[in-house]
Design a binder for this molecule. Structure first.
Ligand SMILES: [Zn+2]
Length: 103
């Protein structure tokens, strides 16, 4: 069994946090894109579509002060808007072929 050497890093999550901006950007577009596709927006489908979309997009981790507003979100959103919409549409197609909802 491998034993980790050196000091164990413990992040203090009270003041700073690491967030994936891409997740915020996808969430921001999700409803609009799914509505335009007439896709199911139940909780199961939303989560599945979000997970599949994020796996297809580059992660954009940033450090923010806890609770701070995302001021850079517009930059990333503009840069990746086409990719984000395409990823959501592809994920929606995958989920609609094999939905996990009960209907
Ligand atoms: Zn559904």
């Amino acid at each position: 069994m491998a034993i980790a050497r050196g000091r164990r890093v413990v992040l203090n999550k009270d003041s700073l946090e690491i967030r994936n901006y891409m997740e915020v950007c996808v969430l921001d577009q999700l409803e609009t894109v799914l509505e335009s596709l007439n896709a199911c927006t139940c909780d199961n489908c939303l989560h599945d579509i979000l997970a599949i979309s994020l796996n297809r997009l580059p992660a954009k981790y940033v450090v923010t002060k806890k609770g701070e507003l995302y001021t850079k979100i517009n930059n990333i959103q503009a840069q990746f808007e086409v990719d984000i919409i395409a990823a959501i549409a592809q994920a929606s197609a995958i989920v609609s072929r094999n939905p996990r909802h009960d209907r």
